[in-house]
Design a protein around this ligand. Structure first.
Ligand code: SF4
Ligand code: SF4
Ligand code: FES
Length: 233
C-alpha cells in the first residue's frame, strides 16, 4: 500500500510517501502506528482510545475528515493530512484548544442540584444524538461559518451546548441559554457539512437550529431579515 502523508514541519507542509506491506482493511490509525513503530518514529499524530470515543484522532483521509481509528482502507493508495480550520502544530497534530476555550467561555457544563445523579435512558430522549458527541472537532473542520465569523461558536460547541441545556439535572438552564448569545448562532449558513461528516451521527445543524429558536423565543436575538423573505438590492 502506498501511503502519502502531508506533514507540517518547520512552518510548511511536505508530502512524504511510504510503501507498506500491510493488508487491506486495516484502519488509518493502524497505518500511522506501523509507520511510527517501524519506519519513522518522528511522525506525530494524536490517538488514545482506538474505539471512536476519545475524539483525538481526527485527520483528513483522501480529502475527507475522518477518525483515524474507525476508517478502514481498502485502496492501494491513501493520502492522510491534518484537518482544515485549525492551526497545525506538527505533522498531523493540530491545535484543538480553540474549541475548548469556547466551551469554557460559554460555561457549557451542567450545574447539578446537590449531588450529581446518573442520567436515566429516558432523560436522554430530548438530547438524543447530541449526547453522542465526542468533541472530535471534525464538524468544525468543515464549517465555512467558523472561517467567516471568528465569534461563531461552531457546530461542536453548539452540539455540546444543546446537550447541556436539555440535561434534566441542570439547574442553570436559563443562564446557559443566555450565555450562548455572544456565539452568533445565526452565522450558521445551514450548509449541512457538519451533519454529513460527523462520525457519530450527531446532526449538529439540528441543534443549532433548535438553539436559535430558543434564543429567538426569549428575545435574546432577532429574526434575520432574510428569514422574513425581504429582498436585498
Ligand atoms: S458533533 Fe460530531 S463531528 Fe462534531 S465534535 Fe461532536 S462528534 Fe465530532
Ligand atoms: S450547517 Fe452551519 S454549523 Fe454546520 S457546517 Fe454548515 S455553517 Fe457550519
Ligand atoms: S483514537 Fe479515540 S477516537 Fe480515535
Amino acid at each position: 500500500m502506498i501511503v502519502k502523508i502531508n506533514r507540517f514541519q518547520g512552518g510548511r507542509y511536505q508530502t512524504q510517501e511510504f510503501e507498506l506491506d500491510i493488508p487491506k482493511g486495516v484502519t488509518v490509525l493502524d497505518i500511522l502506528m506501523k509507520i511510527k513503530e517501524e519506519i519513522d518514529p518522528s511522525l506525530s499524530f494524536r490517538a488514545m482510545c482506538r474505539a471512536s470515543i476519545c475524539g483525538t484522532c481526527g485527520v483528513k483521509v483522501n480529502g475527507e475528515p475522518r477518525l483515524a481509528c474507525n476508517t478502514r482502507i481498502y485502496q492501494e493508495e491513501v493520502i492522510i493530512e491534518p484537518v482544515d480550520n485549525a492551526e497545525p502544530i506538527k505533522d498531523l497534530v493540530v491545535d484543538q484548544d480553540p474549541l475548548f476555550v469556547r466551551l469554557r467561555r460559554g460555561k457549557v457544563w451542567v450545574v447539578p442540584k446537590g449531588e450529581s445523579l446518573p442520567l436515566r435512558p429516558e432523560d436522554l430522549s430530548k438530547t438524543s444524538r447530541s449526547s453522542d458527541c465526542i468533541l472530535c472537532g471534525l464538524c468544525d473542520s468543515v464549517c465555512p461559518s467558523l472561517v467567516e465569523d471568528k465569534n461563531f461558536g461552531g457546530p461542536a460547541f453548539f452540539t455540546r451546548a444543546y446537550r447541556v441545556i436539555e440535561d434534566p439535572r441542570n439547574t442553570a438552564v436559563e443562564e446557559r441559554i443566555r450565555d450562548l448569545v455572544p456565539f452568533n448562532v445565526q452565522s450558521c449558513v445551514h450548509c449541512n457539512n457538519c451533519n454529513i461528516y460527523c462520525p457519530k451521527g450527531c446532526m449538529p445543524e439540528r441543534w443549532i437550529t433548535l438553539i436559535e429558536g430558543k434564543l429567538l423565543q426569549r428575545g435574546y436575538i432577532q429574526k434575520k431579515a432574510e428569514d422574513f423573505g425581504f429582498l436585498g438590492f
